[in-house]
Ligand binder design. Structure first.
Ligand SMILES: [Zn+2]
Length: 58
């Protein structure tokens, strides 16, 4: 009798839901923590880290 080792691969994590119309913008205070916002929105946006409001300088 064979005792097989269960080598089933672990299931991959579910894909992150990321709508196409979202863009990542970098707050000037924490550019390493981009904020995802709807494309074309006007803001102001809020930094995820310190919650400082900021606007795009475009
Ligand atoms: Zn910040």
């Amino acid at each position: 009798m064979q005792m097989g080792v269960d080598t089933r691969p672990t299931s991959p994590p579910p894909p992150v839901f990321e709508p196409d119309d979202m863009v990542a913008i970098e707050p000037p205070c924490h550019p390493q923590e981009p904020v995802k916002v709807p494309e074309g929105s006007q803001g102001p946006y809020h930094c995820l880290v310190c919650r400082t409001a900021f606007a795009l300088e475009d």
